[in-house]
Write a protein that binds this ligand. Structure first.
Ligand code: DGY
Length: 320
């Protein structure tokens, strides 16, 4: 059987595929593929290891209905039309769990960087704007003992809660569709309603998937109800936050700062006015971007394809 791999992946994962007798073709130039180019490549393959967030919509899936399995090298699967994959009988897998620590690290990094305006101030140094020691300029705020509100407390949110509590003794509150009893036990997290999350949190970190319920959830009404000193962190999906409303809220001082590892669209335009604000840090979707995590993600995806090749259920299937 043949596997097409849509972007470069670590060689250890390629070796896993080859070891199990799979013939591998890879987009080794790592170039951006149009949907039609991806379809053409997939026509010559039996399995797809999809890296990145290209839209695998109904048209794509119907054009590639011969595929015996699609392994996503991501935990999120909002970019694939799962209903179509299921009705076409294509199993789809993701990579849950293994990227939780790395992604929580980026949320933590953003939280700290925003609270001290670190990226903005580092740019001042780079641009030669650092003229003197200033006692009162662009002061930050401290995280110690503050309240961290987690919107969507699953695996990644729990990792962040542990780090925030260990480092800054932060008080953890969360809002979820369901209670997370493990988090309540491990980090003494308190389950609150959405309004309490907004009004009580000093930092709100988003760890939800993207759905019709969460799209645009953080909009002007929501920012208006948050503390003026609050920081918003988004390492989940760009579309959960209305960026225009976020900019307005930051400009008007309705909230204090924002750290974004994701945006809508991606890449974020360099002309996006958010990038001019001192208390905003934006990263290029690097939540899981460590050697260790990306290697494990690629290996997990490869193992799912090996299962599909052998006619077995994928271990991390998302459309049973
Ligand atoms: C994920 O795993 O969903 C991250 O966004 C990286 O793709």
């Amino acid at each position: 059987m043949k596997v097409y791999i849509s972007r470069n992946i670590p060689t250890t994962a390629l070796d896993v595929l080859k070891e199990y007798g799979l013939e591998v073709r890879i987009n080794s130039d790592n170039k951006h593929l149009s949907q039609q180019e991806l379809i053409e490549e997939c026509k010559q393959a039996d399995l797809l290891l999809n890296v990145g967030h290209a839209d695998l919509d109904k048209y794509f899936l119907e054009s590639c209905k011969h595929l015996k399995g699609i392994a996503l090298a991501s935990v999120g699967y909002d970019h694939i039309d799962l209903a179509s994959a299921t009705s076409l009988g294509i199993p789809v897998s993701n990579t849950p769990g293994i990227l939780s620590g790395a992604t929580a690290d980026v949320a933590f990094l953003l939280m700290l960087a925003v609270s001290r305006k670190a990226f903005y101030r580092a740019n001042e140094v780079r641009e030669g704007k650092w003229k003197d020691f200033e006692f009162m300029q662009d002061l930050g705020i401290e995280l110690n003992g503050k309240t961290l509100g987690i919107y969507g407390l699953g695996r990644i949110g729990l990792e962040l809660a542990k780090k925030a509590q260990a480092a800054y003794n932060m008080n953890i509150i969360y809002y979820n569709r369901n209670r997370n009893l493990e988090a309540e036990q491990l980090v003494n997290a308190k389950y609150v309603n959405f309004d309490d999350l907004l009004t009580q949190s000093d930092v709100i970190s988003l760890h939800t998937n993207l759905s019709s319920e969460t799209q645009d959830r953080f909009n002007k009404d929501v920012f208006n109800r948050m503390k003026k000193s609050a920081i918003l962190i988004n390492t989940a999906r760009g579309k959960v936050v209305n960026e225009t409303d976020l900019y307005e809220a930051l400009k008007k001082g309705e909230i204090w700062g924002a750290g974004l590892d994701v945006s809508d669209p991606e890449p974020m335009s360099p002309n996006n006015p958010l990038l001019q604000l001192p208390s905003v840090c934006v990263l290029p979707h690097i939540g899981s971007a460590t050697i260790e995590t990306r290697t494990q993600m690629a290996i997990m995806a490869a193992n799912n394809l090996i299962a599909a090749k052998n006619g077995k259920p994928m271990m991390q299937i998302v459309n049973k």
